[in-house]
Ligand binder design. Structure first.
Ligand code: NAD
Ligand code: DAU
Length: 350
């Protein structure tokens, strides 16, 4: 049985990756290491958490003793590293947590992998999940490629850039078998409602204002989360060691157009008159250092590994809204703080 350590598997993208791997590869043992910050939620995995090839470990990637113990206890052959502080706005108000988890936590993991795999790197893979934000901001034209120079602008993206550099340094210096991917904005079920799309879904549902930073002209390239998980599967299994792959949705939207489209989808699903929810749009103070445009050139993963996004945005948005409307308890729990109580109750029973 192949043992793979996934970090951050209780978060948004991590939970989709864990589910995909646990179901698709019954002969793999998937160990999910997650400290369960506000963004981690075991409820995201309740449909698979009793499967025999899944193990949850509550722990912090910055805890060297714990990470070493995991490598000593289990014959870990692969690491898929998603654990991170992931929200740009929080990195502006509280950057220290980003430095600790994203930089020191990544260092801790690669160093443990190097020590435990020393002398036997054959078949091992350390796959670091990163973001397109490391490349900075685009003007009106152009796309981020794998060779675009790094130019991070927020404490979040600077911490992710730093972790990418460390991972590459361990490849160059110690021949640690690494893979890196840099993905654009994800959306879909289980995303914490601090991020634009679930925040707006929640507020539209409750008739609350929709805060649009600045003029709403910033552009993001949106990818359905299950398509990111399938790209991670492809790269983990078929990517070339030492290589970087950009992943994107080929799907650019200004924030204001996206919010208007979301309002229209929700008005229809909630049986409200068209135009009702758009009245909730409120322009607010811009994010400090707000990157103008992200857009990914994903031709490398498309041509070399045969991956491409499977969903059109209209379909993905509709599926996402349906999920949040059907799972309003999930949204209420994570937004009311009740989740912590849920976790204590559930976790101490495990
Ligand atoms: P998320 O915030 O939803 O989840 C992060 C998970 O990591 C949570 O479960 C949290 O409990 C866990 N975690 C945080 N600190 C930890 C620590 N010290 N030890 C152990 N676990 C810890 O994040 P996400 O949006 O799912 O992003 C996952 C990864 O993908 C991140 O590395 C992020 O940079 C990257 N990424 C995200 C996006 C996006 O649009 N969300 C796009 C590209 C790349
Ligand atoms: O590009 C990949 C990145 O995408 C990931 O690395 C990050 O982890 C992820 O959080 C996301 O970062 P963004 O900052 O682009 O996502 P966010 O959902 O916070 O914001 C999307 C856009 O919407 C951005 O231009 C800011 C704007 N925005 C966001 C919020 C929360 C608003 O206008 N109003 C809001 O209330």
């Amino acid at each position: 049985m192949k043992t793979i350590l996934v970090t951050g598997g209780a978060g948004f993208i991590g939970s989709h990756v864990v589910r995909l791997f646990v179901k698709k590869y019954p002969d793999y043992r998937i160990i999910n290491l997650d400290v369960l910050t506000y963004a981690g939620n075991l409820e995201n995995l309740k449909d698979i958490d009793t499967l025999p090839n899944y193990t949850f470990v509550k722990g912090d990637i910055t805890d060297g003793d714990l990470v070493n113990k995991l490598f000593e206890t289990y014959p870990i052959e692969g690491v898929i590293h998603l654990a991170a502080e992931s929200h740009v706005d929080r990195s502006i108000t509280d950057p220290a947590a980003f430095i600790r988890t994203n930089i020191f936590g990544t260092f801790n993991l690669i160093h443990a992998a190097k020590e435990h795999w020393k002398g036997n790197m054959e078949g091992k893979r350390f796959y670091h999940i990163s973001t397109d934000e490391v490349y900075g901001s685009l003007g009106e034209t152009g796309l981020f490629t794998e060779t675009t120079p790094y130019d991070p602008k927020s404490p979040y993206s600077a911490s992710k850039a730093s972790s990418d550099h460390l991972v590459r340094a361990y490849f160059n210096t110690f021949h640690l078998p690494v893979l890196i991917s840099n993905c654009s904005n994800n959306y879909g079920p289980n995303q914490f409602p601090e991020k634009l799309i679930p925040l707006c879904i929640h507020n539209i549902q409750h008739g609350k204002s929709l805060p649009v930073y600045g003029k709403g002209e910033n552009i993001r390239d949106w990818l359905y989360v299950e398509d990111h998980a399938s790209a991670i599967d492809v790269i983990f299994h078929r990517g070339i060691i030492g290589e970087t792959y950009n992943i994107g949705g080929i799907n650019e939207w200004t924030n204001i157009d996206l919010i208007r489209a979301l309002c229209d989808v929700m008005d229809k699903k909630l049986g409200r008159a068209q135009g009702t929810s758009q009245q909730l749009i409120t322009f607010v103070k811009d994010r400090a250092g707000h990157d103008m445009r992200y857009a990914i050139d994903s031709s490398k993963i498309q041509h070399e590994l045969g991956w491409k996004p499977s969903l059109q945005f209209e379909e993905g948005l509709s599926k996402t809204v349906d999920w949040y409307l059907k799972n309003s308890d999930w949204l209420e729990n994570v937004s009311s703080g009740a989740y912590e109580k849920y976790y204590d109750k559930q976790y101490h029973q495990r």
